[in-house]
Design a protein around this ligand. Structure first.
Ligand SMILES: NC(=O)c1ccc[n+]([C@@H]2O[C@H](COP(=O)([O-])OP(=O)(O)OC[C@H]3O[C@@H](n4cnc5c(N)ncnc54)[C@H](OP(=O)(O)O)[C@@H]3O)[C@@H](O)[C@H]2O)c1
Length: 323
């Protein structure tokens, strides 16, 4: 079968037309014919052996891709989590598949779930966001950030503050639901002053963070109090585009009512993951199919993967491979 394979961690994945078909093993496994699979940060860092879930993997030739849309032997079209999804065929687990509605195209259905996981799971379960709350999204100009803005609005956020570098994309986020825009291209003092000003007038209940690194330090500094009562802020780390480590002053933790947590594979309970697959993603599929959730994708063919693997994508656009 056609597949995209990796021989060594960290190398550019290679296209081959001759890889052995996968075989389902147990009762819960089934082979699907893949139609589309998105290339996300997760796939790149897993392929590079850098993701925390793949650090102990042994080097061997394997098909890459962690999720995708395919057709079951009975003709049903599903989105599923699995291994080796960048190929004509892949084995999936029957209890990890979601039926794709008829009016949603393969590529959009392949691109959306990872971003839904990266936004709805943090808002719903780690931040326990409630209607009427104020949410700050750090790194909102990315693909997942753009989905997070729309889902936070859909979940009833009263005010949404977005940060990022790209001025054009930041302004475009207003049309998706953002109320206040903070440019990370300003000097540190201006970023802190802007966030403090907002926090003093409309306390920031939830921070959804895709960047970590320096901008997270600035946001946390902005939340520091001066000994008086402070509003509670739940800060949830989802990604670390600009660095895996920060410096965190103990004074910030003592002077503000701050809750720090993370949202990702390993932090969710089995029940929460079940809700993602069986309730949250199906709901978001319906919103996308009806045009209420905007999803920007760029489609490429499997055969072109080698030359396009390192391609710079425009802000907020997801690369999707179709077969
Ligand atoms: N835990 C989960 O469940 C989960 C799920 C999905 C995604 N994620 C993670 O979330 C993160 C974002 O994912 P994504 O899909 O939105 O990625 P993306 O589409 O590639 O967006 C990344 C964003 O990072 C910003 N950025 C890059 N370099 C920057 C810098 N030096 N300073 C400030 N901003 C910078 C860019 O914004 P500007 O162009 O405006 O600078 C870009 O829009 C990734 O780490 C991903 O792995 C986690």
């Amino acid at each position: 079968m056609k597949a995209v394979i990796m021989h060594q961690k960290g190398e550019i994945p290679q296209y081959t037309a001759h890889f052995p078909d996968p075989v389902a093993q147990g009762e819960n496994e089934i082979v699907i014919s893949i139609q589309a699979a998105a290339i996300k940060h997760l796939d790149r860092s897993m392929a590079g052996g850098k993701h925390y879930t793949t650090k102990n993997d042994i080097a061997e030739a394997k098909v890459i891709g962690g999720d995708g849309v395919g057709i079951l032997p009975n003709g049903t079209r599903v989105f599923a989590l699995g291994n080796g999804m960048l190929a004509e065929k892949a084995v999936i687990e029957k209890d990890s598949m979601i039926e794709v509605p008829e009016d949603l195209d393969d590529a959009t259905a392949a691109a959306l779930p990872n971003a839904v996981a990266g936004s709805a799971m943090a808002l719903r379960f780690r931040a326990r966001m409630e209607k009427g709350e104020t949410v700050l999204i750090n790194g909102a100009t990315g693909f997942t950030g753009k989905i997070a803005v729309q889902i936070a609005r859909y979940y009833g956020a009263k005010k949404i503050i977005v940060t990022g570098r790209n001025e054009g994309t930041l302004q475009a986020l207003r049309a998706l639901g953002a109320d206040e825009v903070i440019s990370l291209k300003q000097d540190d003092e201006s970023v802190i002053a802007q966030i403090k000003h907002i926090h003093n007038h409309t306390p920031i209940d939830v921070v959804i963070d895709y960047l970590w690194g320096h901008s997270a330090e600035l946001i946390l500094s902005s939340l520091a109090g001066n000994g008086r009562f402070t509003p509670k802020t739940r800060f949830v780390s989802i990604g670390s585009v600009t660095g895996d480590k920060i410096q965190l002053s103990a004074e910030i933790l003592r002077s503000a009512d701050l809750e720090l947590s993370g949202s990702g594979l390993g932090s969710w309970t089995r029940a929460e993951l079940g809700e993602l697959l069986h309730s949250i993603v199906p709901e978001m599929f319906k919103l996308a199919a009806s045009g209420q959730l905007k999803v920007d994708i760029k489609i490429i063919r499997l055969e072109d993967i080698e030359k396009l693997w390192d391609m710079e994508m425009p802000d907020g656009v997801r690369l999707v491979v179709t077969l």
